[in-house]
Design a protein around this ligand. Structure first.
Ligand code: SF4
Length: 288
């Protein structure tokens, strides 16, 4: 396969064939994110994408899942995306699911009918980074959208029938905003009721604005106990049905997984246990 630059995909797409339909992220301004800093955003030529799919067909016997990268591949025009999806369906009849990264704006720029057509042609899951449900924090990290827009986009994706996986990042508001970050993030999740919720912990990357803020003393990192308290507050305020919750990324101090609301009590107990015994995974993973 031919790849340009570093490739990112959600953990659940670890076994998927990754195909770049865009290079980089059209937004590329979030202060904590270094994923596509070295790339100038562009949509790849359709011929190149189809050639990559042909190459993959020659190389791999069985492809169950395909993930369309880079950062916000849903930005493609619906007609081009449908062309790619139909090509995939013909070339890989065994493929069960196609996943894609999307920003809230990408989702809102599509009509509900368009999203439904994308679903009918194979898009099975959309991954959207919410990061925080608090408007001040969203503005501080230069996410480019507010919580209302996040909610609208999330609800629209859900309404289309495409599975929705969202991520939030503990510690993104620093020490002063633990309460706001946790409770407003829970509020946004409650409105959307996504199929999957990932709760990561902030890992500072050197080549980012947030890292520079940290080095200049303008941003502080949460201690492991504070991350746990923020996570606890978030879960306490959650009220959803059948959302699969995962906080078991390499960035997380403890591994938490369950279904919300059903497993709320157990998850809160596990957090209390960790707080009482300080049995956290290595702090080295948080990037400092
Ligand atoms: S967090 Fe997402 S939207 Fe923001 S710059 Fe990174 S890839 Fe782009």
């Amino acid at each position: 396969m031919r790849y340009e630059g570093r490739i990112f995909r959600p953990p659940s797409e670890a076994r998927s064939l990754i195909v770049q339909v865009t290079i980089g992220c059209a937004h590329n301004k979030c202060t904590f994110c270094d994923m596509y800093k070295e790339k100038e955003f562009r949509i790849r030529k359709l011929d190149e994408i189809l050639e990559d799919l042909d190459l993959a067909r020659k190389k791999y016997k069985n492809i169950n899942r395909i993930f369309l990268a880079d950062g916000d591949a849903l930005i493609l025009k619906t007609k081009d995306l449908l062309y790619i999806l139909k090509y995939i369906n013909k070339l890989f009849p065994e493929c069960e699911r196609i996943g894609i990264y999307a920003t809230p704006k990408d989702i809102l720029n599509k009509g509900l009918d368009e999203l439904k057509e994308l679903k009918e042609n194979g898009i099975g899951i959309i991954y959207m980074g919410i990061e925080s449900g608090n408007d001040e924090i969203l503005s501080m990290i230069k996410k480019g959208v507010d919580s209302k827009t996040m909610i609208e986009a999330g609800k629209k994706a859900k309404e289309s029938g495409i599975k929705l996986s969202v991520t939030l990042i503990s510690g993104l508001g620093g020490k002063d905003n633990i309460y706001k970050h946790a409770t407003d993030s829970a509020r946004v999740i409650n409105h959307i009721n996504p199929d999957y919720v990932g709760f990561l912990t902030l890992m500072l990357e050197e080549n980012t604005e947030l890292y520079r803020d940290y080095s200049d003393g303008n941003f502080n990192l949460l201690s492991p106990d504070e991350v746990m308290l923020e996570t606890k507050l978030f879960i306490e305020n959650i009220d959803v049905k059948d959302s699969i919750f995962r906080s078991n990324h390499a960035s997380n101090y403890i591994s938490l997984k369950g279904i919300l609301n059903d497993d709320k009590e157990r998850l809160l107990n596990e957090i209390d246990q960790a707080l009482n015994h300080n049995n956290y995974r290595s702090e080295g993973l948080r990037g400092l």
